[in-house]
Design a protein around this ligand. Structure first.
Ligand SMILES: *[C@@H]1O[C@H](CO)[C@@H](O)[C@H](O)[C@H]1NC(C)=O
Ligand SMILES: *[C@@H]1O[C@H](CO)[C@@H](O)[C@H](O)[C@H]1NC(C)=O
Ligand SMILES: *[C@@H]1O[C@H](CO)[C@@H](O)[C@H](O)[C@H]1NC(C)=O
Ligand SMILES: *[C@@H]1O[C@H](CO)[C@@H](O)[C@H](O)[C@H]1NC(C)=O
Ligand SMILES: *[C@@H]1O[C@H](CO)[C@@H](O)[C@H](O)[C@H]1NC(C)=O
Ligand SMILES: *[C@@H]1O[C@H](CO)[C@@H](O)[C@H](O)[C@H]1NC(C)=O
Length: 330
């Protein structure tokens, strides 16, 4: 019995070992083709790999194997010519007499290298933060920028095809900005499903602001509301200042009041009467300060002129590049 079981185990193991692995391929930066067949783990046998684009005449064997524990797991640096991603890619995994063919479409499987020369600076002209970078195949590439302030959540934003800059509106120099960019082939040129990896982060601003280190307490909004309420109360008290003074002061008479003060008490209704006759001067709000000669009590508030000329919001010029040409050549 045990020998039979062992035989069965051996047979099943044998069958599983021969189950051919799946081949997956990518066009790396439109420069070469990279394939691998170890998604389900390192295969137990050494496969030989052959490939060809439809346009090629013959299969060629892989010349740059990737290995794990001395077993072939992939093939990289396979030649790629411009525009070949639009034709089908034929692969063959060979082990002894077993041949496993597969045909792949690589149009959407292009993975670019991350953008390079990423720089960030605050432009004097508009006080905004500008990020720029280099990427090959400009006219066919769309990008995505992500940034975070003081290590908080990342915020992602798309950048249109052919644009290689991004603007962050009026940054605060007391915060730390960390920015990254990635790119991929845009829809006009056979959109890729793969984004490049993120570029190395670039940092702008102050690294160590202690104010933002603490997470904001749940009581903060409550404090704001209470503060606003007190402020409104104060303003109302100020507006009704005259009335309040007249109404409140006589309510608390001095305990040591003598007879003379009683006389004052009787004058109170007269004061109250006056308060009803009280006439407030209207407050003039003007752009420029006027010194009124006739009425010295007329107040005027100086309103500064429109300052928006000093800083402008982000506006990116989206250049429209004809991608038709690129579509043929890439
Ligand atoms: C290589 O083999 C060793 C032992 O045989 C194993 O521990 C290791 O995980 C293997 N590595 C890979 C990448 O398969
Ligand atoms: C796979 O092939 C390589 C090179 O041909 C060889 O060095 C290695 O020993 C082989 N591994 C196995 C498991 O046969
Ligand atoms: C990017 O930087 C490298 C090295 O710093 C430089 O050689 C290259 O010219 C730069 N490329 C662009 C497009 O600025
Ligand atoms: C990024 O902007 C800086 C300053 O405006 C400029 O010197 C640099 O060449 C730009 N880099 C790229 C890659 O466009
Ligand atoms: C910020 O500064 C701390 C030390 O003050 C350092 O450990 C950390 O790496 C810095 N972070 C960045 C993004 O520069
Ligand atoms: C930030 O930290 C650096 C050292 O890590 C220190 O030299 C610098 O003064 C700090 N800046 C502020 C604004 O605290």
């Amino acid at each position: 019995m045990p020998t039979r079981l062992l035989l069965l185990l051996c047979l099943t193991a044998h069958v599983f070992a021969r189950e051919p692995p799946e081949v997956d391929c990518l066009v790396v930066h439109l420069k070469y083709v990279h394939c691998s067949w170890n998604k389900q783990g390192t295969p137990e046998v050494n496969y030989t790999f052959y490939s060809q684009f439809e346009s090629d005449k013959v299969f060629s064997e892989c010349s740059n194997y990737l290995r794990e524990n001395n077993t072939n797991t992939g093939c990289t640096k396979q030649p790629y010519q411009k525009g070949q991603k639009f034709s089908s890619f034929h692969t063959k995994l060979v082990h002894g007499k077993q041949i496993t063919p597969k045909v792949l479409g690589l149009k959407t499987k292009v993975k670019l290298n991350p953008p390079t020369n990423v720089t960030v600076e605050r432009r004097r002209s508009d006080s905004n933060l500008w990020l720029n970078w280099s990427q090959d195949y400009v006219g066919c590439v769309e990008s995505e920028v992500r940034y975070r302030v003081n290590n908080r959540k990342w915020e992602n934003n798309r950048v249109s095809t052919a644009v290689q800059e991004y603007c962050v509106n009026l940054p605060s120099s007391s915060s730390m900005y960390e920015l990254q960019v990635r790119s991929r082939i845009a829809s006009g040129c056979g959109e890729s499903v793969f984004w490049s990896d993120w570029s190395q982060p670039v940092v702008w601003g102050s690294n160590n602001s202690t104010a933002d280190a603490k997470p904001t307490s749940v009581w903060t909004p409550v404090l704001y509301v209470v503060g606003a309420f007190i402020l409104i109360l104060l303003v109302m008290m100020l507006l009704h200042h005259e009335r309040i003074r007249i109404i409140f002061i006589p309510v608390v008479p001095k305990p040591s009041s003598d007879l003379h003060n009683i006389e004052d008490w009787f004058q109170f209704p007269k004061g109250l009467k006056e308060s009803f006759k009280y006439n407030e001067h209207p407050c003039l709000v003007r752009e420029y300060c006027h010194v009124s000669q006739s009425d010295s009590e007329a107040c005027s508030v100086f309103m500064p002129g429109n300052e928006s000329d000093l800083s402008t919001s982000c506006s990116s010029s989206t250049s429209t590049v004809s991608t038709e040409e690129e579509m043929v050549s890439v």
